[in-house]
Design a protein around this ligand. Structure first.
Ligand SMILES: CSC[C@@H](O)[C@@H](O)C(=O)COP(=O)(O)O
Length: 389
């Protein structure tokens, strides 16, 4: 069975409720953009690409299931207003803003055509939103292929182990995943010795979601807490042949600085210290040339209770009793909490940015030039034309 975080067909959208994983596999219906906004804000759906796609499709089903004006410009204005609203759900991942910008452009063109009525604008919007779901899977397969090839080449043959952080798999995307896609490809090529995944406190995307995907796909994997990463590289690195740390991204700035799940930065520092490659895997929809550096990225802060409480089913003896889902306090009452959801890893700590058209490496000046990969974004360019391959 293939893991499906987003189930869409015209007039119907369902998301796998990630707050209930790994204990329960339950789908929530998303009827409109308001449902979509809340599903994203509450993190029932999460991960940069998935957020963008769910937002776009939530508005698609709203338009498909409700009567719209005959007037093309009125429908266009309605869609633009809803897209602006959806973008306010979570600020750090650029994929959502990027999707909204592209969809607005399509809608503006469609609504200005004198041949079009309201329904034609809706159709142009829904077709483009549905295409995002399809393109994301093929982009991820490209990321997996190029990332695995790059690691295998660097390692010079034989099996390798990799460490990853947060969840970047089928649950965070339309399917296959980015950093987890690289792990899937290494495994498919027979080159993966062991995948290590961090717990990823405080929301536990690693222990709840990545571990779930790895077990689901029978990929050899070991879970560690975030605080074990340096010890893993030092003590097990040589015996396990840990070749790289591979993470996803929520926004890659023009200079390569990368915002990703909190804890990524410290992993990059420890990778540098231990001489382990540090790679960011992201589709080009995550690269934001408008943001010059990491300093310009807005970092979302989440409620303190995500850190001070933990939610899950009660263990009665050996059996998990799913009827008793509880929220348990795990911190001293009254303590102040700082809970940034993401951090920024400076480009100097990153060895390569794996995209769907190839791995971008630094030039002789020690800097990333991402413009080439992004220029190719609107053209159909063969992978070999991108730097680093
Ligand atoms: C392919 S997902 C890439 C990133 O979005 C991922 O690494 C991450 O940081 C997710 O954060 P989350 O807060 O769970 O949405």
């Amino acid at each position: 069975m293939v893991l499906e975080a987003i189930r869409y067909q015209p007039r119907s959208l369902e998301i796998l409720n990630q707050l209930k994983l790994p204990h329960q596999t339950a789908y929530d219906e998303v009827k409109d953009s308001k449902d979509g906004w809340h599903a994203i804000k509450d993190m029932r759906t999460r991960g940069a690409p998935a957020i963008a796609i769910v937002a776009a499709l939530s508005l698609a089903v709203e338009l498909q299931n409700n009567r719209v004006s005959e007037n093309a410009e009125e429908v266009g204005a309605f869609i633009v207003e809803k897209l602006d609203y959806l973008v306010t759900s979570r600020p750090t991942a650029v994929n959502l803003a990027d999707a909204a910008r592209k969809l607005k452009k399509i809608v503006e063109t469609a609504s200005k055509s004198s041949d079009n009525n309201g329904q034609a604008v809706v159709k142009a919007y829904c077709d483009a939103a549905a295409q995002m779901l399809i393109s994301d899977v093929s982009d991820n397969q490209g990321i997996g292929k190029y990332g695995a090839e790059w690691i295998e080449k660097q390692a010079g043959g034989g099996q390798v182990s990799v460490l990853t952080h947060c969840n970047t798999g089928s649950l965070a995307t339309a399917g296959y995943g980015t950093a987890l896609g690289v792990i899937r490809s290494l495994h498919a090529n027979g080159k993966l010795k062991q995948a290590f995944c961090t717990e990823t406190r405080p929301y536990n995307q690693g222990s709840r979601l990545t571990a779930f995907e790895l077990v689901h796909d029978n990929i050899p994997a070991t879970l560690i807490t975030d605080s074990m990463a340096s010890a893993l590289l030092r003590l097990k690195g040589p015996s396990e042949h840990i070749a790289a740390i591979v993470v996803g991204a929520d926004r890659v700035a023009a200079n390569g600085d990368t915002a990703n799940k909190i804890g990524t930065y410290q992993l990059a520092i420890t990778a540098k210290h231990h001489g382990v490659k540090f790679l960011v895997a992201a589709p080009r929809t995550t690269i934001d040339l408008q943001t010059r550096s990491g300093e310009d990225i807005t970092i979302e802060e989440r409620p303190g209770k995500e850190m001070t409480f933990i939610k899950g089913p009660r263990f009665d003896g050996v059996d998990v009793d799913l009827s008793h889902s509880e929220t348990v306090s795990i911190a001293a009452k009254g303590i102040d909490v700082w809970n940034p959801s993401f951090d920024v890893t400076p480009a100097e700590l990153i060895d390569g940015i794996i995209t769907e058209i190839g791995v971008v490496e630094k030039g002789k000046d020690g800097k990333f030039d991402l413009t080439m990969a992004m220029e190719a974004h609107n053209e159909s360019v063969k992978p070999s034309t991108v730097g680093g391959l």
